[in-house]
Design a protein around this ligand. Structure first.
Ligand SMILES: Nc1ncnc2c1ncn2[C@@H]1O[C@H](COP(=O)(O)OP(=O)(O)OP(=O)(O)O)[C@@H](O)[C@H]1O
Ligand SMILES: [Mg+2]
Length: 240
C-alpha cells in the first residue's frame, strides 16, 4: 500500500510549550486512520501542523511524495489535502448550497463540476438536500457537521482530515456521521485521518489507529487490536 502522508520526527511548539513531541505518523492510501487521545494531547496541533496552519520546529511532512513542511496552507489545500477543523467553521449567514459552492472554489473547477459535486454531497447527506436554502447558522449541530464535511468533499480531497466530527453530538447523530465517513472512504476511495476523543466510535470504522499522550505517540496498531487492548479499554473505552 502506498503512503499518502508521512510525518517524520515532527516537533511543534506554541512559544516555549511543546505540544507535539517527535511524532512519526504515516497514512496509507485508502485507509481510515484514527488518531486518538485525551483533551490537550496535541491531536488538533498535529492536524494544524500538517495543513500548514502552525509550523513545526523540527521534522518533515510529505504528502503524495512531496515535501509540504514549508508550504503555505492554500497550496496544501490545492494539492488535495483538506482539513475540517474542530467546531465546524461554516458560514452561518450563507445558505447550505452557498456554503457548498464555496467549498468547490478551492479547486479551479467549472460550474458544471461544482453542480455535479453538490449533487453528490446531497446524495450522501439527504438532510442537507432538504435544507439547501436554509441559512447554515440555523442548522442543528449534527447538520452543521454534515455541511462542514460536505463542503470539504466539494474539492475532491485525496486526504480528508476530520477533527472530532462527533464532538457535542447525540449518540444517534454520531452513528450517522460515522456511517457517512465510512461511505466516503469506501465509495470515493478517499483516505481519511480521523481525530477523535470518542475512541469507541472511531475504532469501529478505522483500519488502524495511533494513540497520542501529551504530545507523544504511545501506541500504534490495527483498530481491531486497539479495541482489545486493555490499557485502551481502561483509558478510552471503559466509560462509553
Ligand atoms: N494557540 C495556542 N497557543 C498556546 N498553546 C496552545 C495553542 N493551541 C493549543 N495549545 C496547547 O497545546 C496543547 C495541545 O493542544 P491541542 O489543541 O492540539 O490538543 P487536542 O488533543 O486537540 O485537545 P482537544 O481534545 O481538547 O481538542 C495543549 O496543551 C494546548 O493548551
Ligand atoms: Mg483538538
Amino acid at each position: 500500500m502506498s503512503v499518502v502522508l508521512e510525518m517524520k520526527n515532527v516537533e511543534t511548539y506554541y512559544g516555549k510549550i511543546q505540544a507535539v513531541k517527535d511524532v512519526n505518523i504515516s497514512v496509507k492510501q485508502g485507509e481510515i486512520l484514527a488518531l486518538l487521545g485525551a483533551n490537550g494531547a496535541g491531536k488538533s496541533t498535529i492536524l494544524k501542523t500538517i495543513s500548514g496552519l502552525v509550523r513545526p520546529a523540527q521534522g518533515t511532512i510529505h504528502f503524495m511524495g512531496e515535501d509540504i513542511t514549508k508550504k503555505e496552507p492554500h497550496s496544501i489545500v490545492e494539492m488535495g489535502l483538506i482539513h475540517v477543523p474542530e467546531g465546524r467553521r461554516i458560514f452561518g449567514a450563507l445558505t447550505v448550497t452557498e456554503n457548498l459552492e464555496l467549498g468547490g472554489f478551492t479547486k479551479k473547477s467549472d460550474k458544471s463540476k461544482t453542480h455535479k459535486n453538490i449533487k453528490k454531497v446531497f446524495d450522501m447527506f439527504p438532510r442537507l438536500a432538504e435544507r439547501h436554502k436554509q441559512l447554515a447558522g440555523t442548522l442543528s449541530g449534527g447538520e452543521q457537521q454534515m455541511l462542514a464535511i460536505g463542503r470539504a468533499l466539494m474539492s475532491e480531497p485525496k486526504l480528508l482530515m476530520l477533527d472530532e466530527p462527533s464532538m457535542g453530538l447525540a449518540p444517534i447523530i454520531v452513528l450517522e456521521i460515522m456511517k457517512i465517513i465510512k461511505r466516503i472512504n469506501t465509495e470515493n476511495n478517499t483516505t481519511i485521518l480521523l481525530v477523535e476523543q470518542n475512541a469507541k466510535a472511531a475504532l469501529k470504522l478505522a483500519h488502524r489507529g495511533y494513540v497520542l499522550e501529551t504530545g507523544n505517540i504511545t501506541l500504534e496498531d490495527s483498530a481491531d487490536s486497539l479495541r482489545k487492548n486493555d490499557s485502551i479499554i481502561k483509558a478510552y473505552l471503559g466509560a462509553h
